[in-house]
Design a protein around this ligand. Structure first.
Ligand code: FAD
Length: 395
């Protein structure tokens, strides 16, 4: 098999890249480890920045998003038992964010790609990247749904490593090339999905002595709730009653605001990490999305950052194929990293602002409350939060 761009991974990065390349008349083949059903049902992120929504409309994949997405013009920050609204439309030039689950995005992108007769090879295993520092890289793999898993080879001009944090692309770069910057957090999030109408139209971020909490939603009928917990929290210690009791304590306000309860349909613990590798390229391999960086979920940026990376990559590949110029490809990593680090900063800032750290002392607690007071009373500070939350300008 031969194509122009081999894409490893059909997550947001790989699928958005494939549609951006298609628009530029560039061929690609996607190799995906899992089945279509698996990736279309995997529950992950749920908040789209303004630019991500615009891109879905531009690519002609925004029809369900337009009907089902929930536009949010702000968030609430709750501390000391009081809520304070950050009004994005006022502070960020009319922009807003949209709640639309990542697996729904995946369904829309997969459907568009397959409708255009562009291949996604599901259930490929043993993907191995070769000759990355030549002009003729290739990928070998096994494709289980055809030829009973016989070894196959995909020749290409470029490889896009869009296979997430645990993928094979980053690991294919020779030792000594990449520098890793990382930070683990001494807590995780216990997340639940509940069949209950959200008690708020907008997300509520809670700073509380007992730890952080977040109210989000999947639809007008389904609430998503998170509690700060230990990174290795044992879910067996959290029967539904204990979860609701803890949520009620953290969300309580002085004026008696109440959470709505409903049957819990999913429970999971998510770890928190900040991670970046530099550079995001080696020879003809370009890393995008979680393959190159991870952010803690507090700023809701993981999916959106993957989308901004592949926007840069598509433009650079377009310039290569239309004008024969490698200049933008050579700058790919540096161009992406400027935005990646700003998003890392924001995600870290939101995380340290709202969570309890095990070594916090009363000074740290007072400092957090002062920061929250500042950000909710100063227009300059709340504007900075709003501008980052709806999404910084694309590179
Ligand atoms: C449990 C969980 C919850 C999350 N919650 C949030 C959230 O609330 N908010 C937020 O902003 N972000 C969240 N994130 C982060 C967000 O989902 C990711 O940042 C986003 O999915 C990144 O997209 P990606 O395409 O780079 O990687 P991925 O979505 O990880 O996609 C990579 C794809 O590559 C495939 N793949 C992996 N290895 C191989 C291989 N060897 N060969 C072929 N294919 C391979 C995978 O199956 C996958 O389909 C969450 C992540 C996780 C894991």
């Amino acid at each position: 098999m031969r194509t122009q761009v081999a894409i490893i991974g059909a997550g947001p990065a790989g699928l958005f890249l494939s549609l951006l390349l298609k628009r530029l008349g560039i061929e690609s083949v996607i190799l995906e480890l899992h089945t279509r059903q698996y990736i279309e049902e995997r529950v992950r992120a749920g908040l789209l920045e303004y630019n991500t929504v615009q891109l879905m409309h531009e690519l002609g994949v925004g029809e369900r998003l337009r009907r089902q997405g929930l536009e949010h013009g702000g968030i609430e920050l709750r501390f000391n038992g009081r809520s304070h609204r950050i009004d994005f439309r006022d502070l960020a030039a009319g922009k807003c964010v949209t709640i639309y689950a990542q697996h729904e995005v995946i369904k829309d992108l997969v459907a568009a790609r397959l409708a255009a007769n562009c291949p996604i090879l599901f259930e490929t295993t043993d993907a191995t990247l070769h000759a990355l520092d030549s002009t003729s890289p290739y990928v070998t793999f096994r494709h289980n749904s055809q030829k009973e898993g016989a070894a196959e080879r995909l020749d290409c001009d470029f490889i896009a490593g869009c296979d997430g944090f645990h993928g094979v692309s980053r690991a294919a770069i020779p030792a000594g090339v990449l520098t890793t910057y990382e930070r683990d957090y001494p807590f995780g999030w216990l997340g639940i999905l509940a069949q209950a109408p959200p008690a708020s139209k907008e997300l509520i971020y809670v700073h509380h002595d007992r730890g952080f909490a977040l109210l989000s939603m999947r639809s007008p009928e389904i609430t998503r709730l998170y509690l700060q917990c230990a990174p290795d929290e044992d879910l067996g210690l959290w029967p539904d009653d204990r979860i609701w009791s803890e949520l009620h304590k953290r969300f309580a306000t002085r004026d008696g605001w109440r959470l709505t309860e409903g049957p819990i349909t999913q429970k999971a613990v998510t770890g928190m990490r900040s991670f970046v590798v530099e550079p995001m390229q080696f020879g003809r391999l370009f890393l995008a999305g979680d393959a190159a960086h991870i952010v803690p979920p507090t700023g809701a940026k993981g999916l959106n950052l993957a989308v901004s990376d592949v926007g840069v990559l598509a433009e650079a590949l377009g310039s290569f194929y239309s004008r024969g110029s490698s200049d933008l490809l050579a700058q790919y990593s540096a161009t992406c990293l400027r935005r990646v680090w700003k998003v890392q900063r924001f995600s870290w800032w939101m995380t340290q602002l709202l969570h309890r750290f095990p070594d916090d002392n009363p000074f740290d607690h007072r400092r957090q409350l002062a920061d929250l007071d500042y950000v909710t009373t100063s227009r300059a500070a709340s504007q900075s939060l709003a501008e980052n939350y709806v999404g910084l300008p694309l590179p």
